[in-house]
Ligand binder design. Structure first.
Ligand SMILES: CC(C)(COP(=O)(O)OP(=O)(O)OC[C@H]1O[C@@H](n2cnc3c(N)ncnc32)[C@H](O)[C@@H]1OP(=O)(O)O)[C@@H](O)C(=O)NCCC(=O)NCCS
Length: 162
């Protein structure tokens, strides 16, 4: 069985988080729903294998009032429970902050994320048509074509009521 652990991100993690984001998403910043975020500055959780300190998963989030937004979510060992464990860690954190809503935005091409979140109880609550096309003007690193050759254009908001 594949074993790994989860811990909170710390101040010392900031530099590799920036490198990770650059590698995974092309830049240190994330633009969603027309807002710019710096995930390395946000709280988060990392997953790592017991045998190696190398991170295999990262989730960052932002609590605002009674809402918790997942800003980034990445697993480098897909299908081994890493994504699930990261979501559970943020869910627990959000509940402990008295949040009533956990939410995130993904893109129209990201069919595996849409499957992943919906299987965990998240509902699609909004489609922001053309939001990625607008974000690409500020962040040209965002590719035109995404998963399975789908043109990346729109944002899809999903939420889980806690
Ligand atoms: C979406 C994403 C985060 C999922 O992460 P993951 O680590 O593959 O997720 P998990 O392994 O927990 O779950 C994936 C599947 O593996 C299965 N699985 C396999 N082995 C498992 C194990 N030992 N324990 C739990 N689940 C396991 C799960 O049942 C799950 O299937 P389901 O979704 O049909 O229920 C990942 O695909 C990813 O990083 N994608 C690229 C970045 C991205 O799109 N991020 C989201 C942006 S919003």
């Amino acid at each position: 069985m594949y074993t790994f652990a989860i811990r909170k991100t710390q101040e010392e993690d900031r530099e590799w988080i920036k490198r990770w984001l650059k590698f995974q998403w092309g830049a240190e910043i994330v633009i969603v729903h027309d807002q710019i975020y710096h995930p390395a500055e946000l709280p988060g959780f990392i997953a790592f294998e017991h045998v190696s300190p190398e991170p295999i998963g990262l989730i960052t989030y932002l609590v605002t009032g009674q809402e918790c937004e997942i800003i980034t979510m990445d697993s480098l060992r897909e299908g081994a429970g890493v994504g699930n464990a990261l979501i559970e860690a943020v869910k627990e954190r959000a509940r402990s902050c008295d949040c009533s809503r956990l939410w995130l935005v993904t893109t129209n091409d990201n069919l595996s994320a849409l499957r992943f979140y919906q299987k965990r109880g998240f509902r699609i609550v909004k489609v922001n048509v053309g939001a990625v096309d607008r974000a690409r003007k500020q962040k040209p690193e965002i590719p035109e074509i995404g998963d399975q050759g789908i043109h990346i254009r729109d944002e899809i908001e999903l939420e889980l009521i806690l």
